[in-house]
Every structure is written in structure tokens, then in C-alpha cells.
Ligand binder design. Sequence first.
Ligand SMILES: [Zn+2]
Length: 387
Amino acid sequence: VAAIPDKVATRSRRTQVEFGVWMFLAGAAVSALVVTTLLWGELRRMRAPGGPDPLRTPAYAYAWAAMPDPEFPIPPYAQYLAGVTIVVDPGHVGQRDRGGTWKRGPTGLREAEVNLRVARHLRAFLEAAGARVVLTRDEDRSLDLPDRADLLARARAARDADADLLISIHHNASKSPDANYTSVFYHSAAPQHPASLAAARHVLGGLSDALRLESHLPCGVLSDKLCFENGFAVLREANVPAILTEASFHSNPAEEQRLRDAVYNRREAYGIFLGLARWAQAGLPRIELERAEHAGVRRGQEIAVRLHDGLSQRGGWGADRWRILPDTVVVKVDGERVSATLDERRRCVRFRLPRTLRGQSCEVLVDFANVFGQHVGHPVLSIPVTP
Ligand SMILES: [Zn+2]
């Protein structure tokens, strides 16, 4: 075998090195192309009209990493809030401020101030939808009433307005700085508590979607009896459907900073507003006594109470149907359940006043649920009993 001349051997080695370099560059180029294509695809997917594929969004991404642009459109179903009376109660301030850390966040943010900001935003949304709104206070100063008188004044505002709903706006506090979740309270001993519960469920959903807090309760709708034996005075004394929102915890340092932001307060109000819009869309059932019976009824006499499902008056397809759930009808006279029959044609419930009644008047409670699970907001009638 002839010896390979040095020159040729050198050239061959150089060719091998060049080949290696070219192969490396080609590989790098292909990798870069693949990576770019993947990133581009991901970017397009993220920016697609529907956003990223929900099934590929990790669960931890649910809490807002960065807040989306503030947009607060009024949905079409908010039209059913038109003419509805809502009393909005920004909690505290009227109550004696105990100073120190009382109702304050770790860096001093006052709950009362946040409650008022949220309430004002909520009023703006509700009024834009045509609702009648009464604020129990529109100022950030004390009313100089003792605590109990202050709370009763708030409840009285709801009674005086003959409100369809009282909503008291609060923020929660805990010894644990980590706690931060949404809860909505109702007074379980009130005759209108099924109607309050229906509102609480809608508002809890609206708040949860708007705030997207990191944690949640297994059951975010709570009886106020969990906190005090007699519940919250503002809910107990309202005598109309009433709920109290604890949207988030001002004792949580990160949440306290968010609550300082007026846009964040508006997001919260918008969440409550969407909940209330869905609540109104679901209809507000009511009852009506025959006119003649307002003057008084005899013991043993049959009474007819008309049941309005809160939906039929809107007209449209299906308005000729009575959209109540018959098995949910309850009639009580002075707290005692009495048997009743439904008259589907006249859309009323018929029952007899017990002969054993005492006193010159009686309290008749008539409640039912419509197909949305909404209950009668004012289910108690006081009827004179004639001898
Ligand atoms: Zn509070």
C-alpha cells in the first residue's frame, strides 16, 4: 500500500473537521427551527380568540397572576334588574371605631373604607342596569350611634325601602395571614331565608369568578349562626331577603394591597353585580292575597293566595306556563304547617284558616320555588281574623 502523502492526509483531516462543523451548524439550525415552530404555535394558541386550551391550563394558573384589563360590560340578562330595589350596606364606620387594629389590615387599611368603595361601584353598576339602589351610608364618617342602634338603622333602611334584597358589604379578617377566601352569609332563622339563600348562591358565584382567590371554602354559603348564636343583627332585623358578603380577607398582606386599588374594588363590585344580575334573571317570585281577604277572614274560611313565578310577566315563548315547582309549596298559619291544594288554572294555592286560631290577626306564610330555585322574597302576610 502506497503511503499517503502528508499533504493529502492533512487535507482529508481538514475535510473531516469542516464536515463536522457543517453537521453541527445544520443540527443547530434544525433545532432552532423546531423550537421556533413550537414557540410560535404556543404563542398563536395563547393568543387565539378562545385563549389557551382550558384542558392544558394548569390548575394553579386559576388565581390571577396578573390582572386582566379592566372591562366591565353590562350583560343582556342584567335587564331583569330594572325596577328591582336593592339596599346596599357598606359595613362599619357608623359603629364605634375601637382604634388600634380594629377592622384594619396589617398596614392599616380600614375595612370600612374598602366596603364603601365597593358599595359605590356596585351602586353604579346596578343603576346602569335600571335597579333602584339605596345606600345605608354614603360617607366615610361615623353616624355616632351606639353599635346596636347603628345596625338596626341599616336593617330599617331595607324595611323602609321594601327592598327586594339587602346586601351588606364586608371584608373578612383572620389571625392567620394566609387565610383568603370568599363567603356569603344569610340568616337561617328568617322566614325569607330560602329567598336569601338563592341570592347568596348567585353572589358567591359572581364573586368567585371575579376575584379568583387562591383558596375557597368547601361551602362558601354560610349561616350567620355559625358566628353568633342569634346571627348578624343587620340580617336578622331586615325582614327582607338579606345577605352579607365577605369577599376576601383584608388581614392577608397581599390581599390588603389589592384592596387598596380602586380598580380591584370595582372588580369585586362587578362580580357581585353579575351575581345579582343572574339572581334577577332567575325571577323574583311573589305572593298575592285576593283583595277581599285583606279586610279579614273567618276561622275555617278558605283562602286563595296567588303565586307569581317571577318569570311569566316577561312574556315570550312559554309565558303561558306556570313555572313553579309544585312540590316546594309550603303554607303555614302562625307557624303551623297546614295542608293546601294547588289550583294550576287560577295559579293559586287554597287552604283553610284553622278553627283553633286565637287572636285578632294571623300570620300566613306561603313559599315556593320557581324553576330556577328562587323563593318568595316577602312570604309572610298578616291577615285580620274576623269573629
Ligand atoms: Zn366587617
